[in-house]
Write a new protein. Structure first.
Length: 66
């Protein structure tokens, strides 16, 4: 019975460690994606090559061009 107990504990502990690392990797990935999306949101809309573009840079250039 001793070797069965050791085998079951080693299998259980290794499975728990793998599950813990997997969950940590998933949450870390979700955090990185959240940070990336947040930075994109804070940066504002991207500039497009259009005569009516209203991004911050185009509005600033138009204001100071006059």
């Amino acid at each position: 019975m001793g070797w069965q107990l050791i085998l079951s504990f080693s299998t259980t502990i290794s499975a728990l460690l793998i599950a813990t690392f997997l969950m940590a990797a998933i949450f870390y990935r979700r955090y990185k994606v959240f940070q990336y999306n947040r930075q994109r949101y804070l940066a504002g809309p991207t500039h497009i090559e259009h005569s009516r573009c209203k991004c911050h840079c185009c509005l600033w250039e138009e204001k100071h061009r006059r």
